[in-house]
Design a protein around this ligand. Structure first.
Ligand SMILES: *Cc1c(COP(=O)(O)O)cnc(C)c1O
Length: 535
């Protein structure tokens, strides 16, 4: 799993008391069948991972009629989101949901459309999920989750189920950390600390984090690589003494708000329903026409959200899972066997998809087995002990019914960036390029929605390589390598005549760096840094 600590502590944050009976409240149980009582949305968000290690899933997946989906096009994006959450029966007052969504999807995005669609031709529509403050798709969820998180904590405090605040601790290889910082900055009742490998992120990524504003944020460089960072954070999460100390001295408990949190998944369902409505509204689809969706996939959150949208009634046909050279998901979808033993972890131009363990797949399998928690327990157990599992024929048939997959090698990824630019005067980032190439390989009769997960200017180095026909790992010419990330983007923009570098990226060289602490990756050093920060 990428970017997020895997074993979040077993939550002791909330007691499993029944909430006031509310017919519309959806309850959440877990993929391993261990939480039979069920918790409402607010508790699922605060807990993150279910006691026993399973992932929360809602009892009811609401369905929307085609008309209801098409009507979304008449609303602002914030209203579209609120409509979907209310359908899911979140246990927060309706007017509060409306208010939170206006904050989550407002002027923090660089377009009122929030996630506009660029159609390259009649059959290829690119859903741009990078118009948020950090120019990557994680904003779609992380501009929203913190609002839910603070509101949920307050609701639980009011109900007497919670009496402390939170420290979100994130180990990042680049993108998630910045999106989490931007989402949680100045959130009520929450502090956030991010650790990144001091020499392992790009100039743009580093400056994005070190210029972070907000009173409740801290960023540490860690001497070591991402693995050291992640292992260090995991150990801190596992240190019970430290947890007691945090609670005792600061009334704070640790949380990771990582990508398995249902509060991060739900916001992603919205844009698939919204995109369908939008395409019909723009006359690019007839109401009811089938649409295929192609998603550059890492932790399986984004593509799973598309599956939920389909389940709710969106006329989506096939879901194309796009992998880079780390092709564990493509192999799984093509063979029914998920195996990570002997699999090498490859560095690619699309680092946010460099994964071995894809944590949200567990939710998808739970759904595709008809919610068979026993099977999930067996498979996850096998993955943990043997490094692989194989699904049964019936489940495999269900997978094949909806999913197709392909993997794109590093050279083809860069070639795709160059070709699409030449054909359409449109620059793809490397993650989106993997999806675009996969869509070309797998498309059938239906038009395809290609999901675009980052702005090209976040990955200038590889976009430059692509445009100049350099090989994936080839060194940049010395005069190019000497440029800052911003300068390199300016050069690319000039060469390609693009005028769309997001303001948040363009201004990085002139913003003050607020943090300059580098720490060791051992538990003690991280814990000391955390304590100093909270003082
Ligand atoms: C996180 C990320 C992905 C992968 O999304 P998942 O939900 O983990 O499958 C793809 N592209 C970019 C740019 C990302 O940041």
């Amino acid at each position: 799993m990428k970017d997020t600590p895997q074993n979040t502590p077993t939550p002791q944050n909330t007691q499993a008391t029944a909430t006031p009976a509310n017919k519309k409240t959806n309850l959440y149980r877990d993929t391993r069948g261990l939480n039979t009582q069920g918790v409402p949305f607010t508790e699922a968000v605060i807990n993150g991972i279910a006691p026993g290690g399973g992932l929360y899933v809602p009892d009811n997946i609401p369905s929307l009629s085609l008309d209801e989906i098409l009507q979304l096009a008449e609303m602002s994006y914030a209203q579209r989101a609120a409509t979907v959450y209310k359908a899911f029966g979140v246990d927060l007052p309706a007017d509060q949901v409306d208010a939170l969504m206006s904050q989550a999807y407002g002027s923090n995005f660089d377009t009122e459309e929030i996630c506009p669609i660029t159609s390259l031709n009649a059959n290829t529509h690119v859903l741009e999920l990078w118009h948020g403050p950090t120019s990557a798709f994680k904003d779609m969820a992380l501009q929203c989750l913190p609002k839910f998180f603070s509101a949920s904590a307050q609701a639980l405090q009011k109900r007497g189920q919670l009496d402390h605040n939170f420290l979100i601790l994130v180990a990042t290889s680049g993108d998630t950390g910045k999106a989490a910082l931007e989402g949680f900055k100045d959130a009520e009742g929450v502090h956030i600390g991010v650790l990144y490998p001091a020499d392992g992120v790009s100039d743009i990524q580093r400056k994005q984090m070190l210029t972070q504003t907000g009173e409740n944020v801290f960023v540490w460089g860690v001497a070591g690589n991402f693995d050291d960072c992640q292992t260090g954070v995991k150990k801190v999460f596992g240190d019970e003494k430290f947890a007691e100390q945090l609670l005792g001295e600061h009334r704070v408990s640790l949380s990771s708000a990582n990508s398995i949190n249902w509060g991060r998944l739900l916001p992603q369902v919205v844009y698939y329903l919204s995109a369908y409505a939008e395409l019909v509204h723009q006359g690019k689809l007839a109401a009811g026409d089938l649409l295929d969706v192609c998603v550059p996939t890492g932790n399986f959150g984004n593509i799973l959200a598309a599956w939920y949208a389909k389940q709710m009634g969106a006329p989506i046909d096939m879901l194309f899972c796009a992998s880079n050279e780390n092709r564990v998901l493509t192999d799984f979808i093509n063979t029914g066997s998920y195996h990570i033993v002997d699999r090498e972890f490859v560095l690619t131009p699309s680092p946010s998809m460099d994964i071995l363990v894809s944590s949200n797949l567990e939710r998808q399998l739970f759904e595709l087995t008809g919610r068979n928690a026993e099977k999930i327990r067996d498979w996850m157990d096998s993955l943990n002990t043997k490094g692989n599992f194989r699904i049964d024929q019936e489940t495999f048939a269900a997978v094949r019914n909806t999913f197709a997959a392909d993997s794109i090698d590093n050279a083809s990824c860069l070639e795709t960036i160059r070709e699409v630019f030449q054909q359409h005067n449109y620059l793809l980032d490397p993650h989106t390029a993997v999806a675009y190439a996969t869509a070309e390989n797998l498309r059938g009769e239906n038009p395809v929605l290609v999901v675009s997960t980052a702005h090209w200017a976040k990955f200038g180095n590889n976009v430059y390589r692509a445009l100049h026909k350099l090989a994936p790992n080839e060194e940049l010419p010395a005069e190019v390598a000497a440029l800052t990330g911003c300068q390199l983007n300016d050069l690319i923009a000039k060469e390609t005549n693009q005028h769309n570098i997001p303001a948040g990226l363009a201004s990085l060289d002139s913003m003050p760096l607020r943090f300059n602490t580098t720490i060791e990756s051992d538990t003690e050093s991280i814990e000391k840094a955390v304590m100093d920060f909270l003082k």
